[in-house]
Design a protein around this ligand. Structure first.
Ligand SMILES: [Zn+2]
Length: 262
């Protein structure tokens, strides 16, 4: 049997043993099916949240549950918009139901330490709501010891790393869609899935600081990317993966393993 941190690679008996003998922490990657420009596939957020979870699991001795593949609707100001071809999203109620359901399902199997590792900006608050509802239900049923952490991996890239990797200025995480962060990570983790010849070198999208429904499609750049990926490199991806993993590991060790790193 493969020795893997990924639940779906394991047989049921090995999974149960690793869960019982390990520290009991289970990570749930959350992605999306969303356009990521002409140079990357629709499942970038799934691939990156899963890879981040794998790296994190190896660092702290956790297991990684199968990912949430679809995400909440792409927003024009952070993902180009849900009107774009290929972007295939779930309603908020569905995301809430999924995170609640998975929390309860893992709880039923005896898991008490869960972390959602989010890779799609728009998911976050709905994952949170599902977890909150699950914990309320568990408490009413007498389960008091469930603890859940929610995080988005880019929040663990510190200021020094941002200054190092964006010498020409940082556009902001919201417009880092199909830009340097995701493209560098993909070049490091899944180089065969990036078509570097199709990277569009354009200035960051100029979007208003408010939303309009229905969206005005002309506000989204034709490439679907909200900032340029021209400066992306595999080396930057390696640095991003290492720093994010270290930051997330410190947080989970503090919350789950009683090792206060702060
Ligand atoms: Zn993305």
């Amino acid at each position: 049997m493969p020795n893997s941190v990924f639940m779906e690679d394991l047989d049921a008996f090995t999974y149960r043993r690793q869960l019982a003998e390990g520290n009991g922490v289970v990570l749930i990657p959350a992605g999306s099916i969303e356009q990521h420009g002409p140079h990357m596939p629709l499942n970038v957020d799934v691939l990156l949240s899963r890879a981040m979870s794998g790296s994190l699991a190896e660092a702290i001795g956790a297991l990684v549950a199968a990912p949430i593949v679809y995400g909440y609707k792409s927003q024009q100001r952070s993902g180009g918009g849900n009107h774009l071809h290929g972007t295939t999203s779930l309603d908020a109620a569905t995301i809430i139901a999924i995170s609640k359901n998975l929390t309860l399902e893992l709880a039923r199997q005896g898991v008490r330490k869960i972390a959602f590792v989010n890779g799609h900006y728009e998911n976050y608050q709905f994952l949170y709501e599902g977890v909150d509802l699950a914990l309320r239900e568990l408490r009413l049923g007498g389960v008091e010891d469930m603890k859940v952490v929610l995080l988005s991996y880019w929040d663990f890239i510190d200021e020094a790393t941002i200054a190092e990797l964006y010498p020409n200025g940082f556009p902001g995480w919201d417009v880092e869609h199909g830009g340097v962060l995701e493209t560098s990570l993909m070049l490091h983790l899944h180089p065969g899935k990036v078509d570097v010849d199709r990277i569009a070198d354009l200035p960051p999208a100029r979007l208003p600081n408010y939303d309009v429904l229905p969206v005005r499609p002309e506000l989204t750049p034709d490439s679907g990317c909200l900032s340029s990926a021209a400066d992306a490199t595999a080396d930057k991806g390696e640095i991003l993966l290492k720093r994010a993993t270290a930051g997330m590991a410190a947080a989970l060790e503090t919350e789950f393993l009683g090792l206060d790193q702060r």
